[in-house]
Write a protein that binds this ligand. Structure first.
Ligand code: NAG
Length: 797
């Protein structure tokens, strides 16, 4: 993942149905009326043909936005009795909503008052690496009932707690100034915002907002109370209209004025009560904020109840919280058994925080993607509006859904709570269109959209992404967590999905596969990216062409065939074809024919390729001799059809990662030898993505695109390799012992470094430097990097 991943190259459309212009050339003379009649009558067929043709083009263009015709996996319930509230706004430091479209949203912002001269003041709201927050994240979160988060800002430490209760939820925020900041004045804002389908009414006593009562079509009536707060100097509030949830911070700033403190002449920034332009007064308010201005330590609670309101008993916040926390600790040990494995408290707390951040990173989004197919000529189309429950890879940098990440996320989540995984996987499958395509990046709703530049939003229906979600699905099924009705609902979708891959992503030769979406025309890129594979800039053949063979996709298809066969068998569907395709793809000889480079003794892609390529700045051109032109790639030797076998890295390990080999296969010998070679992939911190000896190791892809999958250590792929080593260490064969040794070494290196970097920096990272082990890319990244907990607990698939 990374910024690059968003830059989806437009696939040039083949445009097979060009509109022909109607050429009805005027006749020189029209003298008699019967002639005109003949002309009119004879043109009717033409008009009809043109009409049919236009209709057909239109029909073709809409195929991409036609939902799959079968039943949805996720059955929507109209039950307002048990609305699932949670921290489903992971893009914010602390945000709450219900798992339903058009839920009201709640959230937190804060700022120092001594930044009053800064315009705009440094308000914290959306997770943003630019804020320079030293550390933040959930220390406990069960994905369902409760969570505790610690936020270490420059001046303050905040602890945000959330608990679900029968009538709704409660939240608590506790703030402590850092040493030296005891005299600093701060403001904390807690808000509620609704869509334009209801209203919010305020109960105010001398600028002190006591509660908000509201009503929306989605959840009925509700109340939000602010029962306790300590050390407050001033209470203020804002009551206003927002054009959308992506504009809340702007709305807040709009509602600010400078006010005098009660006891002295100094000024502070205060919310100005009702701030609605005259002409909008008649509209019901949809955005209400309570402001606390305080000095020193500060505590506050918020209670939310939706109607009807049963009594929640007289348990204190701590009573409720501690009950959940005790269960969490108990369940954590049952699931991952880290105490039993003799991990110390520091590492166990790290593992708990990592799990909690994965779970606390689960968001509920609603909206529609922008999509294109080769039949969509100009503007992209809106996909149907749909919800998605998804664990986001990074709350700050990737706060939205990514298809192939999700499979890895749920290898962890499914161990912790199978129901959450079932739900997440179901939501994804429900995003499939009737062709069997699932858009791989989901940018749903105005908040998600606000984080992605327009040109990167469009998803193209020729583009795939690895079908990783079959991994947790297989685990869930084998462990008995998938009931028949769930399987019956998801199976027809899986069949269509598989079919789409097996038809649209094939290569020229039988048994070969090829990712689409590479840009064969680019001159800027050293090696055209393969974003669809998930490995973005990992080097492939230099010249994308139809005869390319992509090793990783072939392996994903192998895995998909296996799992599909198992699922089919389980629910008494016809498993024959899947089993046959699985056996076919498992055939080592066939694999070797397509992908084994005997010269280099390694597996590789095949295609039109040259290793001798560099980026060179072109000489300035007339008429602008002073314009510095961007570097372009230049070949020092002609590309020819061959294996891409000077390149060695994650890709080469795919057949091994898929456990394709018989335990006595001589290929294991080469692979295990290369795996341990420090001149290739092995480091003290895990396996690097690309061997030092590879031509493009750590090379920029354009002059502006730094290397991404060209050396750095990524945890998802390391996990797959450890998983395979574990497999070969358990079965008898000539390579059992070396597998065992490598297994424990690699596993330990990964765990030790991820923990060390967390301890040092406060975060789990997107990837790790292969020379120093230092965390790189974005943070926090508790998407697939959280597989470290499975490594600690030795949970494999
Ligand atoms: C996948 O495609 C190949 C080649 O067209 C075909 O032979 C095979 O039966 C397909 N597999 C399934 C399970 O549909």
């Amino acid at each position: 993942m990374g910024t690059k991943r968003r830059k989806i190259p437009e696939v040039p459309s083949a445009d097979p149905v060009k509109k022909r212009s109607k050429s009805t050339k005027s006749h020189s003379q029209v003298s008699n009326s019967s002639f005109i009649w003949i002309l009119i009558l004879s043109s009717i067929p033409l008009v009809l043909i043109y009409g049919a043709f236009t209709w057909y083009s239109y029909y073709l263009s809409t195929l991409v936005i036609e939902p799959f015709s079968g039943e949805n996996v996720i059955q929507s319930s109209r039950n307002t009795q048990n609305i699932e509230w949670g921290t489903f706004r992971p893009n914010t430091y602390f945000g709450i909503k219900a798992k339903m479209p058009k839920s009201p949203i709640f959230g937190l912002m804060w700022m120092p008052q001594f930044g009053a001269t800064e315009r705009p003041p440094p308000i914290r709201h959306w997770c943003d690496q630019g804020d320079g927050i030293l550390k933040y994240g959930w220390t406990k979160h069960d994905g369902e009932n409760f969570g505790r988060q610690e936020i270490y800002d420059k001046w303050l430490v905040l602890v945000t707690d959330f608990v679900r209760v029968e009538s709704g939820w409660k939240a608590r925020v506790r703030v402590k100034p850092k040493p030296g900041m005891e005299q600093g004045v701060f403001s904390l804002f807690f808000y509620v915002a609704i869509e334009n389908d209801g209203e919010l009414l305020l109960d105010i006593n001398k600028r002190n907002l006591k509660s908000v009562s509201g009503r929306t079509n989605s959840i009925g009536s509700f109340s939000l109370e602010f029962p306790t707060a300590e050390n407050v100097i001033h209470h203020d509030y804002l009551e206003t209209l927002t054009p959308g949830f992506h504009q809340l911070k702007e709305g807040l700033i709009n509602g600010m004025v400078l006010k005098k403190f009660r006891n002295n002449d100094e000024k502070y920034i205060a919310l100005n009560g009702l701030v609605v332009p005259e002409e909008f007064q008649k509209y019901p308010r949809n955005f209400v904020v309570k402001q606390y201005t305080f000095k020193g330590s500060f505590d506050m609670e918020v209670h939310f109840q939706s109607s009807p309101v049963p009594s929640d008993g007289d348990e204190t916040f701590d009573d409720i919280f501690n009950k959940f926390a005790t269960n969490f600790d108990k369940k954590f040990e049952e699931t991952f058994q880290l105490k039993k494995k003799n991990y110390d408290d520091a590492m166990i707390n790290f593992a708990k925080a990592t799990l909690s951040n994965l779970l606390g990173g689960i968001g509920y989004f609603h909206g529609s993607s922008r999509v294109k197919s080769k039949h969509v000529k100009e503007e992209p189309l809106d996909y149907w509006e749909a919800p998605l429950l998804t664990a986001v890879p990074s709350r700050s940098f990737f706060p939205r859904g990514f298809l192939w990440d999700e499979g890895f996320h749920n290898l962890v989540i499914s161990r912790w709570n199978p129901d959450i995984s079932k739900s997440i996987l179901g939501y994804w499958m429900d995003l499939m269109n009737n062709e069997g395509w699932i858009p791989r990046e989901q940018i749903l709703g105005v908040e998600a959209r606000a984080k992605v530049p327009d040109e990167f939003v469009i998803q193209h229906n020729e583009n795939a992404n690895p079908p990783t979600i079959i991994l947790p699905l297989e685990y869930l099924m084998n462990s008995g967590f998938l009931d028949q009705s769930y399987l019956n609902r998801i199976y027809p979708r899986l069949v269509r999905w598989y079919d789409w891959f097996n038809k649209t992503q094939t290569g020229d030769l039988p048994g070969s596969y090829r990712w689409r979406g590479r840009d064969e025309k680019t001159k800027r890129e050293l090696n055209p990216k393969t974003l669809t594979s998930g490995l973005d800039d990992y080097p492939r053949s230099s010249n994308p062409s139809d005869n390319e063979r992509h090793l990783d996709l072939r392996c994903w298809m192998l895995l998909a065939s296996k799992v599909m066969g198992n699922i089919a068998e389980k629910i008494d569907k016809d498993a024959k074809h899947y089993k046959a395709t699985y056996d076919y793809l498992m055939d080592e000889d066939l694999l070797n024919n397509l992908h084994w480079s005997d010269k280099m003794k390694r597996y590789a892609d095949y295609g039109l390729h040259s290793d001798r390529v560099t980026l060179v700045r072109p000489k300035p051109k007339q008429p602008n001799p002073h314009v510095r032109l961007e570097k372009e790639r230049v070949f020092k030797s002609e590309p020819k059809n061959q294996y891409v076998d000077k390149t060695f890295g994650y890709l080469s390990l795919f057949p091994f990662a898929m456990k394709m080999f018989k335990p006595d296969s001589d290929k294991l010998q080469w692979i295990l030898r290369d795996l341990r070679d420090e001149n290739l992939l092995w480091t003290k911190y895990g396996l690097r993505s690309l061997a030092k000896s590879s031509p493009l190791y750590k090379k920029y892809n354009t002059e502006h695109d730094p290397p991404y999958w060209r050396g750095a250590i990524w945890i998802n792929m390391n996990y797959m390799v450890v998983n395979a080593l574990h497999h070969y260490s358990k079965i008898e064969g000539p390579y059992q012992d070396s597998s065992k040794k490598l297994y424990s070494e690699l596993r330990k290196n990964l765990i030790d470094n991820i923990f060390k970097q967390y301890d040092r920096s406060g975060f789990v990272w997107e990837n790790y430097d292969d020379a120093t082990g230092v965390g790189k890319g974005c943070h926090p990244f508790t998407g697939w990097s959280s597989l470290v907990i499975n490594l600690m607990g030795e949970l494999y698939y």
